[in-house]
Design a protein around this ligand. Structure first.
Ligand SMILES: [Fe+2]
Length: 435
């Protein structure tokens, strides 16, 4: 049995969990007793303001070997290819953009070194917007740990399998699963495969939560019970370690003489979680046309404007297509919201060529897009039968804020400068004499 198979999880989105790696470590009936069993230290971890409404308030109580304040002085380190909003190094064009996958590194590269920021929006300092990174790694984070004060982190693996050892415990993720680590939570990433690659959305805004269901009712879409949270696990080790922290757009590191993953017990609702995207209950039309892609929203981070997202995480999973008298691929459209797409596996129905697993595209606010010429021809003439879309999994990070590509995204070798050509073969078909 692999380590991944041996891990156990607690279930239920945003529950008030309690878990202890040593029996009796959790205080009973209160959070902050004068003395904690095993002589642990108490530390509260707040992912929302103390005064956030109860329905959205997230916090966790840690019972740990040392409080987090026991660490060395920070020093700035090189940011590598990590960038933070607002992006000012390049002008944001209205162009439709697309990229090949980033390479798997050949030099020893851990998760932190393997991050490349492709785009960002909003303002991290103002806690709005997000950044989109691609990651590729071939090495474990040896002797160092990571913490991101700028946002929570949504992992979307595309290949390989990772172990996320966090303050709350251990999770594994592989392609087809996602994980979310709260803002400011310390963790270390190890590989279960030789290499790994994927996408990472850094959400500067309100923590992701499940979308409302409206008339769909009490069930459907992503169901609360399918979200998995780690049980408490800790390491009690000392040595010459480093804590790397992303704060206000820059990387810093400090020495730390012990593992910061020393939480023996915890209780609360701010914790990392994972979700198997195949559990998503896909709802779609059974008559004609097809709904807006928001019907595939797995998680959302809202702004103060009702119904307008800071970040929607949307998937395009395997599903049946049964719509009658309908052009079934996405329609041509222009949208207030800005859309960054990735592909985990297979083929996306609007783009049969050029949009490949591990790659990405960006269609910003009001930028026109839709099916390439060949797809239009096929989809507008095909005999419509019920059809199962198999072995495909695309996703979208969608936001109300214009998504600014980084200088690397615009000028790096992954950019497909010929992307616009996929629409150039679209012919005028208009004939005013024939309705
Ligand atoms: Fe779109």
């Amino acid at each position: 049995m692999s380590v991944a198979d041996s891990l156990t999880y607690m279930t239920g989105f945003g529950n008030e969990f309690e878990t202890e790696a040593l029996s009796g470590a959790l205080p009973k009936g209160q959070f902050n007793p004068q003395r904690v069993n095993y002589d642990l230290y108490t530390e509260q971890f707040n992912s929302t303001a103390f005064t956030a409404p109860r329905s959205s308030n997230r916090r966790t109580w840690f019972y740990r070997i040392r409080p987090s304040a026991v660490q060395g002085e920070y020093q700035a380190i090189d940011n590598g290819l990590i960038r933070t909003a607002p992006i000012t190094e390049a002008v944001t064009p209205p162009s439709m953009l697309r990229w090949d996958p980033i390479d798997i590194p050949t030099q020893k590269t851990d998760f932190i070194d393997g991050l490349i920021t492709m785009a960002a929006n909003g303002n991290a300092n103002g806690q709005s917007g997000m950044a989109i990174h691609h990651y590729a790694l071939n090495a474990n984070m040896d002797n160092r740990y990571f913490c991101n004060a700028d946002g929570e982190m949504l992992f979307v693996p595309q290949q390989g399998e990772l172990l996320l050892f966090t303050e709350c415990g251990k999770l594994t993720i592989k392609a087809g699963e996602i994980a979310v680590v709260p803002r400011g939570m310390k963790f270390q990433i190890s590989l279960f495969s030789d290499t790994a690659r994927g996408y990472l959305c850094e959400n500067y805004g309100d923590p992701l939560h499940l979308p409302e269901r409206g008339p769909v009712g009490a069930n459907g879409y992503s169901n609360d019970r399918d979200f998995q949270y780690p049980v408490a696990a800790f390491e009690d080790i000392e040595g010459d370690f480093t804590l790397v922290t992303k704060f206000n757009g820059n990387l810093f590191q400090c020495p730390i003489g012990h593992s910061p993953l020393d939480v023996v017990a915890w209780t609360g609702n701010s914790a990392p979680y994972k979700y198997d995207l195949s559990r998503f209950n896909v709802i779609n039309t059974v008559s004609y046309d097809h709904p807006d892609p928001s019907i595939f929203t797995v998680l959302t981070s809202q702004t103060a404007t009702p119904g307008v997202a800071n970040l929607d995480f949307v998937i395009f999973p395997p599903r049946w297509m049964v719509a009658e008298n309908t052009f079934r691929p996405p329609w041509y459209h222009r949208n207030l919201m800005s859309e960054y797409m990735g592909l985990i596996e297979g083929v996306y129905d609007a783009k049969e060529h050029g949009f490949v697993p591990g790659g990405a595209s960006l269609h910003n606010c009001m930028s026109p897009h839709g099916p390439e010429a060949d797809v239009f021809e096929k989809a507008s003439t095909v005999d419509l039968q019920p059809q199962r879309y198999e072995n495909t999994l695309a996703f979208m990070f969608e936001s109300r804020f214009v998504i600014s590509p980084t200088a690397y995204a615009l000028h790096g070798k992954e950019r497909q400068h010929n992307y616009i050509e996929c629409w150039q073969k679209i012919q005028k078909k208009f004939n005013p004499k024939t309705p």
